[in-house]
Structure formats: C-alpha cells, structure tokens
Design a protein around this ligand. Structure first.
Ligand SMILES: CCCCCCCCCC/C=C\CCCCCCC/C=C/C(=O)SCCNC(=O)CCNC(=O)[C@H](O)C(C)(C)COP(=O)(O)OP(=O)(O)OC[C@H]1O[C@@H](n2cnc3c(N)ncnc32)[C@H](O)[C@@H]1OP(=O)(O)O
Ligand SMILES: Cc1cc2nc3c(=O)[nH]c(=O)nc-3n(C[C@H](O)[C@H](O)[C@H](O)COP(=O)(O)OP(=O)(O)OC[C@H]3O[C@@H](n4cnc5c(N)ncnc54)[C@H](O)[C@@H]3O)c2cc1C
Length: 615
C-alpha cells in the first residue's frame, strides 16, 4: 500500500505544479478507489449504495478538486449498464468493476456540446470486415472535455453518427479502446491528450480525442436499444431517446452532489459567522458576532433551508428515477419524458442556486472567504462547473418548459403524470381565490404562477412527508426552515405573485415581517443546524469552518505553509528575467506539461499496479 504522505509531503495542493497536481490526483485516487474495490470484494457495497460511496469519495477532501477516475464511475460504467446488451455487459462490466480497465465518456466535441444531433464524429459500418470505422472529419469533430481522457483512461464510450449502407441513423454509443493496456501508449489512429488548465476541477484530467479511420469490431457498438447486424442492416431502438439514458442518470446524481457542496459551504460560513466579531451594535459594547446581523442571516439561512430542500428533493428524484427505469425494463416508456423533464429542471435549478449560494457564503466571510484555505473558492469552482456540464442549464430548462407546455396542451385529453398532476387543480380559476401568508398559501401561489407561466414547483410533497417522520421539537425547526424557504422565494419572486395572484400590499408587508421573524427564530439554532450536517473538519478542509472555531490560528498556520514565505526571494515563473511573458504563456497553453510525453510516468507508478489489483 502507498504511504499516506508519500508524495509532496506537507505541501498544500495550491502550491503544486500542474504536473505535480496530476500525480497527486492519481495517487490519491488509486488509494481511495482501492478501498471501494475492497468494499466490493467484501460485499460491502452494491449498485444501490454505490452512488453514495463513490459520490462521498468524489466530494471528499481526499479528491477535493475532482478525480481522473471520476468519469469511470459516473458515466463509463452507467453507460455500459444502460446501453450495452447482456453479452456486452458480461464482457465489459467485470473488468470495469474491478478497474482492470479505466473508462471515460466522450460525447462533447470542440464544435458541439448542446446540439448532440449535430455531432460530427462518424462510425461507418464496413460489412466486408464486420467493423466500424471511427473518423474525425474536422478539427471541430475532435472529442473535447471527457474526464480522465487526457492521460488516464484506456477505454472510452464514444458517441458518434452511425452510418450503414450509405445511410445515417443518428448518434449511437460505442465502447472503444484508446490506449494499449500494457504500455498505455495511444493506439495507432488515435490522437489524444489533455485540454489544459481550467477554472476548477483541475484534478479531472479532461482530454481531447481524434480518430483517423480507426477500426473497431461491430460488437463494440452498444446494442441494448439499437443494433447493426453483420450484413449492415440497422435495427432501430423502441424509443429514439433511450440512448440518452446516461445523461439522465448523471443529472439525477448531480442533485445529490449539490446537497453535499451547499451543506459544506454554509457550514463553513455559519460557523465562521459565529466566531467572527466585528463592529458594535451600541457604542461601548463588546463587538458582536456577525451572525447577529439580520443582513448576515438573510445571506446564510436560506442556504441552510435550501440544503435540506435539495436533499429531500434529490431523494424523491432518485425514487422516481428507479421507478421509471423499472418501467422502461418492462417496455413501458410512458413516464420517460416526465423523468427527462424533471432531471433537467432539478439539475439546472439546484446547480444554479447552489452556485449562487456558495458565492454568497464566500462574500459573507469577508476577506477570509477569499482565501483558498477557506475552501470556499474551490467549492465555488466545483459547483459552477455543474451549471455547464451534463447539459447547459439554459438548454435543460428549455427542455422542461417544452414538456410542461405539452402537458398543459394535453391537460383535458391525457392523464397527468405524478409530478405535474397539480397543474389540473391549479388550472381551475377558483384554485387561488385568496392569498394567505402560510407555507401552503405560498406554495399554492407558486402553483398558480407555474400554471400561468408553466413553471414547475415541487415542494409540497416533501412538507407532508416531513410532518409524518420527525419529533415535535425537530418538526418546529424544520417547519421554520420550510417557512423561511417559502417566504424568501415569495419575496424574491414578488413580481410574479403580484402579476398572477391577488396578494395585497398589506399582505406583502406582513410577509416581510414574517420573514424577519423567521430569521430571528432560526438564529439560536443556526450553528446546530449546520453541525447537524455532521461534516468533519477533514471533509471541510477549511480554516474558517473548523469545529473548534480556531479561525485565526489556522489562517496563520496555513499562510506559513506558502513556499513564498519560506524563500523571500523566490522567482515567480511569470517574472522571468528575459521578459518573454507572452511567448511563454502561448508556449505553455499549446504544450501542457502533461502532454510532453505520450505516456505519463504516473501510469507505471500508480495506475498499472492499481489496475492489476496490486495496490
Ligand atoms: C455502476 C454504477 C456506478 C454509479 C456511480 C455513481 C457515482 C456518483 C458520483 C457522484 C459524484 C459526482 C457527480 C457529478 C459529477 C458529474 C461529472 C459529469 C461530467 C460531465 C459529463 C458531460 O457533460 S457528458 C455530455 C453532456 N451533454 C449534454 O447533456 C448535452 C445536452 N443536450 C441534450 O441533452 C440534447 O441535445 C437536448 C435535450 C438539448 C436536445 O436534444 P434533441 O435531440 O435536439 O431533442 P429535442 O428535439 O429537443 O427533443 C426531442 C425529444 O426528445 C426528448 N429528449 C431529449 N433528450 C432526452 C433525454 N435525455 N431523455 C429522454 N428524452 C429526451 C425531448 O423531450 C423531446 O421529446 P418530445 O416528446 O418530442 O417533446
Ligand atoms: C468541467 C466540465 C466537465 C465536462 N466533462 C465532460 C465529459 O466528461 N464528457 C463530455 O462529453 N462532455 C463533458 N463536458 C462538456 C459539457 O457537456 C458541455 O460543455 C455542455 O454540454 C455545453 O456544451 P458546449 O460547451 O459546447 O456549449 P454550447 O452548446 O456551445 O452552448 C454555449 C452557450 O450557448 C447557449 N445555447 C446553446 N444552445 C442553446 C439553445 N438551444 N437555446 C438557447 N441557448 C443556447 C447557452 O448559453 C450555452 O451556455 C464537460 C464540461 C465541463 C465544463
């Protein structure tokens, strides 16, 4: 087993080079995922809790800026489960489960991400040799972004336009070996490397991939839904969108991921706000905790409520995902459009809200929130990426809008699926005859707004669920969070309510008062509520949010770790003596150090022993 601190002992990640960061990421990942594999071997994990085990690792402090192995678990294996037939699953899944092959998922190209029907990579069937020929006809056809593809993965799910007998049948998925399993060298006809430094997730080793008439066996087309027979005959899928299943799965998983990151950020900011004293409420008094300012409570408390709301919603979405997938297995596709719309909506809403809340948590911590050691900038970099990957949020919300408009148009002719059944009730004019400043009244108001502007609201089911399962004391606090969340958004979306509901000016004023009362009621429990997330210091990795509150001592301890403090005259790379700054930046951008050699040395040192089960 590798020693705990074998590499870069004591130097925080922020001070490592791009290459050292990659080595650190590989080392941490193989150690961490060796534990997952051991749990599998001992039967301590299965497909049901696998999401939590892997998700917990990927969101942990060990893999704090992502992992080059993340896509192997998040998309490569689910794509095989979702799109490979039984024979293909028997061949590929065991090797993927024990990581004797490492995979990625390559759909996005330099020229296309959202419009996947416009992807340019081609897979042309050659009946004479019973092979597909993969080709990248243009530079914009190069796959660009796949996680782990830069230097790590040796297999990949590739999404390409399928051609057979001269006809294009649209995009389909293929499992493709891109590197030699022994030498890790790129195979002939494969052009591959990493795309360079990013805003965040710099440990993920995102790569590019180009094909030059690269041949694969016919049986490497994932054929659970559609097939190409040996003579080139195309057999189409029962539903054209079944091939999109991997994306739906990850969108569902991302909602859980946002719960983790939002809980972490608001724990850090709330605990720091209880420690930080700044300014006096009255002259001569001792400085007060910044958590006592209503403005600080306004910034933070809705994030505590949102973390609970997203967790309950994520659990509900996961149940729906499993229900619909069981129906798909039985050939019942009736709820697939609803699941797609729900996954699109909740992925977009939770990622956008989490990114906004994490940034607000950072701003609530003043200068110390801007320190990398606070962990808030890193967390922001992680969550803001989720607004883009797995479907850019604007585009996904348009998908939801499309589904809701269609549902509304069929309101009287078609039975409504569970998550939109409220639209029937809200359609009746009598539904919202008055306004009440209660949680139910606000939700009803949003349902009317949703009805009128076809926006989905999903909160009411969780409130009923919650009242059945908690103690009176906890129920009171959780209801305060529900009240806070509803009154916060009612005030945020006041323009819609004023347009579409009979809410009066007087009721708006009392709503505002109710909101401030709720902030005050929650204040005594604020730190307890974030402690309840039960995030250990090792998970938070934050000088501001540690449980013991020793903020200033930790800030100083971290500052002293900077190599610049060790050697006052250390030369910065940007200040090179010859002044050729722009030429150096261009050289660096065109040749990331990881691309310097075709096989990065970390393969033989870490990956190969891991893949051979020797770690
Ligand atoms: C073994 C298991 C291991 C499990 C381990 C789990 C570990 C969990 C760890 C958790 C930790 C972290 C998780 C987070 C980390 C995630 C990292 C992710 C890395 C990123 C990967 C990527 O980004 S992959 C690329 C993603 N790309 C996209 O999403 C592209 C977005 N574009 C699209 O989806 C489509 O192009 C779009 C929907 C926008 C339009 O498609 P189009 O074909 O043009 O369709 P339309 O004409 O608009 O609509 C036609 C009809 O099709 C319906 N439809 C569209 N998409 C779907 C779908 N996906 N499913 C079902 N139906 C769909 C649409 O509704 C229309 O229907 P209608 O009836 O005609 O209206
Ligand atoms: C950190 C990260 C990791 C990723 N990992 C992977 C991976 O492992 N595998 C993979 O295949 N991909 C991956 N991606 C790529 C990701 O899926 C794409 O970036 C995403 O789908 C958006 O596509 P695009 O970047 O081409 O932007 P585009 O599709 O070009 O969109 C650009 C902008 O145009 C606008 N726009 C586009 N279409 C519409 C429309 N129809 N209506 C209105 N506005 C529109 C939106 O404002 C959008 O932001 C990753 C991306 C990131 C950031």
């Amino acid at each position: 087993m590798l020693s705990k601190r074998e590499v870069f002992d004591g130097v925080p990640e922020e001070y490592l080079s791009h290459k050292e960061r990659y080595e650190n990421a590989i080392r941490n990942s193989v150690v961490a995922f060796s534990l997952v594999r051991k749990m599998q071997e001992e039967g301590k994990t299965s497909i049901n809790n696998y999401r939590d085990v892997v998700g917990g690792l990927l969101g942990s402090s060990v893999l704090r800026d992502g992992s080059p192995l993340g896509l192997h678990y998040i998309m490569f294996m689910p794509a095989i489960l979702n799109q490979a037939n039984e024979e293909q699953q028997e061949k590929w899944l065991p090797r993927a489960w024990n990581c004797s092959i490492i995979g990625s998922y390559a759909q996005t190209e330099l020229g296309h991400g959202t419009f996947i029907r416009g992807l340019e990579t081609t897979a042309t069937y050659d009946a004479a040799t019973k092979q597909f020929v993969l080709h990248s006809p243009t530079l914009t056809a190069y796959k660009w972004w796949p996680g782990g593809l830069g230097q790590t993965a040796n297999y990949c799910i590739v999404v390409a336009q399928l051609y057979t007998k001269g006809q294009c049948h649209g995009i389909h998925s293929f499992i493709i070996q891109v590197r030699d399993e022994e030498t890790h060298m790129p195979l002939p006809g494969i052009k591959i490397g990493e795309i360079g430094a990013k805003l965040g997730l710099n440990a993920v080793n995102n790569g590019f991939l180009g094909f030059d008439n690269y041949r694969i066996p016919r049986t490497n087309m994932l054929m659970k839904h559609a097939q190409v027979l040996e003579d080139g005959t195309y057999v189409k899928s029962r539903h054209s969108k079944l091939n999109y299943g991997a994306m739906v799965f990850v969108r569902v998983v991302i909602v859980f991921d946002m719960v983790n990151y939002l809980s972490k950020a608001v724990t850090i900011a709330t605990r720091f706000s209880a420690v930080r004293r700044q300014c006096q409420l009255k002259a001569g008094e001792t400085e007060c905790q910044i958590l006592d300012y209503v403005t600080q409570q306004h910034k933070l408390f809705v994030s505590i409520a949102a973390a609970h709301a997203f967790r309950i919603t994520a659990n509900k979405l996961w149940l729906t995902f499993n229900e619909v997938n069981e129906q798909l297995v039985e050939g019942n596709l009736q709820r697939l459009p609803e699941l797609h719309a729900l996954a699109c909506c909740l992925k977009a809403v939770t990622t956008a809200d989490t990114a906004a809340c994490v940034e607000r948590c950072r701003l609530a911590c003043g200068g110390h929130g801007y320190m990398m050691s606070s962990s808030l900038p890193l967390t922001y970099g992680l969550v803001t990426a989720a607004c883009t990957y797995e479907g850019e949020n604007t585009v996904l919300l348009l998908q939801t809008a499309r589904f809701l408009v269609k549902t509304y148009q069929q309101l009287d002719s078609k039975a409504l699926t569970p998550t939109v059944a409220y639209l029937k009730t809200a359609a009746a004019e009598r539904f919202c005859v008055g306004w009440s400043n209660t949680t139910e009244g606000i939700i009803r108001g949003f349902q009317v707004v949703a009805m009128r502007v076809i926006i989905m609201s999903t909160f009411n089911e969780e409130v009923q669920e919650m009242s059945r399962t908690v103690s009176p004391q906890l129920k009171e606090v959780l209801h305060q969070l529900v009240d806070l969340y509803c009154t916060y958004w009612a005030l945020e979306k006041l323009s819609d309510l004023l347009l579409y509901t009979p809410i009066s000016q007087k009721e708006v004023e009392s709503l505002r008062l109710r909101y401030e009362e709720t902030l005050t009621n929650l204040r005594p429990n604020a730190v307890g509520l974030v402690d309840a997330f039960d995030l250990r210091d090792e998970m938070l990795q934050s000088t501001l949010g540690s449980y013991d509150g020793r903020v200033y001592e930790r800030l100083m301890e971290e500052a002293m770790k900077s190599p610049l403090n060790a050697e006052p005259m250390l030369q910065s790379t940007l200040g090179s003596y010859d002044g050729r700054v722009y030429e150096r930046l261009m050289e660096e951008a065109m040749k990331s150090p990881l691309n310097a050699e075709p096989v990065n040395y970390t393969f033989h040192k870490y990956l190969k022993p891991f893949m051979q089960g020797k770690l």
